[in-house]
Design a protein around this ligand. Structure first.
Ligand code: ATP
Ligand code: MG
Length: 426
């Protein structure tokens, strides 16, 4: 019988890698706490109309990337979440979290998109999502951007550059859109299939094309910036002033439009050229219309999402190595009475906070000591029936040649502490 395999584009994260993920997640949690963000956990499955309404019908995600299915029990249309913002806003509205104050929220977890798997692009991937709901000013946009810079610093990552743009307000976009369609229609023969299809549905996305043959056409197109009114420009300038005050370099990219429909005003991406084609590690912006669009009382909002796989790939490429955790103590034992005593001693040492690896599975002392050494333990605690009867244990340093000592179990934790700390001080 052939063995079963994971679905293409959905990866197992094995212990060495998963431990690196955990290191990353710890840093991320600390970083979010510093900015006053609080955690949220939403379901992985949502009603399909949530995404169609939030993200937009004519987007890559809703048109072709969603894992949607019908619940065979009740006929409901369901979708594995392709992103977190829509779910987060849905949850906030459902539980009236915006009732008395704005909220800074974050979440982390898997997202699902039916894309062609390649380096940095998977069908199940992970995002850290950060959302500030109920805040209107450019200060929170700038804060979210500066947050990114701080995280890259905390992670020791270099070479991630900031691009920003403003998408203005819906009426400004509508005027730009009309002129853009007129321009693109004049050059219809130069549009690729995607461009033809999007000409009247989502022409702004044509500006975001990855097709080099269309670059010249796109470069000559009217840019949205020229259509922004006073208030939009002032907001954009407000963001830039704070970025400059923070000493954060950025590049204005007029073709940065983002793949989701809900954005307005500030949009930004953090990009690197060290990951090949999938170089955007973090992206976000303001989405003032989304809350009302999902049925809530209108409220402004701003957020971003980071691609965890891409950031971790960069982290590893830039020399961050996973360190395999080693136990403080490896407990070896031989004999039936010794086995029971060892089990109790191991629990006792864990009670006082040691990382303890109890040898399981039998074998002689010599073989077990080899395992203790291979595990990288600092000390071994050795128990034979003799020690068990006397309620004692033998403690042996494994990383230095300081011999071994037989002591009463009551004194074991204290002695182990001295030996382990002594070892760490060197
Ligand atoms: P792209 O243009 O690369 O498809 P996107 O605009 O669809 O990105 P967003 O929806 O903004 O991406 O998601 C935010 C971040 O999540 C991206 O910048 C990227 O780091 C990560 N991401 C998005 N899709 C994937 C994927 N299929 N696999 C891995 N990471 C992804
Ligand atoms: Mg995409």
């Amino acid at each position: 019988m052939s063995t079963l395999q994971a679905i293409r584009g959905m990866n197992d994260i094995l212990p060495d890698e998963a431990e690196l993920w955990e290191q990353f997640e710890e840093l991320v949690r600390d970083w979010l706490r510093v900015y006053g963000y609080r955690p949220m956990r939403m379901p992985l499955v949502e009603p399909t109309p949530l995404f169609a309404r939030a993200i937009g019908e004519v987007t890559d995600i809703v048109e072709k990337e969603m894992y949607s299915f019908t619940d065979s029990l009740n006929g409901e249309q369901l979708t594995l979440r392709p992103e977190g913002t829509a779910s987060c806003v849905r949850a906030v509205l459902q539980h009236s979290l915006l009732y008395d104050s704005p909220r800074r929220l974050w979440y982390m977890g898997p997202m699902f998109r039916h894309e062609r798997p390649q380096k940095g692009r998977y069908r199940q991937f992970h995002q850290v999502g950060v959302e500030a709901l109920g805040y209107a000013g450019p200060d929170v946009d700038a804060e979210q951007i500066v947050m990114g810079a701080r995280l890259w610093d905390d992670l020791g990552l270099t070479g991630i550059e900031l691009e920003i743009n403003s998408l203005g307000q819906p009426d400004e976009r509508a005027r730009h859109r009309a002129d853009l369609i007129a321009y693109l229609e004049q050059h219809r023969d130069r549009l690729d299939a995607d461009g033809q299809r999007r000409l009247h549905t989502n022409p702004l996305r044509i500006l975001d094309t990855k097709n080099p043959a269309m670059r010249e056409l796109v470069e000559g197109a009217p840019t949205l910036m020229a259509y922004l009114g006073e208030a939009s420009l002032k907001h954009f300038e407000g963001v830039q002033t704070l970025l400059k005050d923070a000493g954060l370099p950025y590049r204005i990219n007029p073709r940065l439009v983002r793949g989701l429909d809900y954005y307005n005003l500030t949009v930004f991406e953090w990009v690197t050229d060290q990951l090949g084609a999938q170089g955007t590690v973090c992206a976000g912006g303001r989405y003032d219309g989304l809350i009302a669009q999902l049925g809530g009382k209108p409220a402004p909002a701003c957020g971003f999402a980071m691609g965890v796989e891409r950031l971790l790939a960069l982290w590893a490429d830039q020399g961050n190595r996973h360190e395999r955790p080693v136990p403080d103590v490896y407990v070896v034992h031989q004999g039936e009475l010794a086995g029971r005593h060892a089990f109790r001693v191991a629990e006792h040492l864990r009670d006082v906070g040691f990382v303890v690896h109890l040898h399981c599975g039998g074998g002689g002392f010599k073989a077990q000591m080899k395992k203790a050494d291979a595990a990288g333990a600092t000390i071994a605690v050795i128990i034979g029936d003799d020690e068990a009867r006397a309620n004692e244990a033998t403690i042996k340093a494994l990383r230095e040649d300081s011999g071994q000592r037989r002591i009463a179990v009551e004194r074991l934790a204290e002695t182990a502490s001295e030996w382990i700390l002594g070892n760490e001080c060197e």
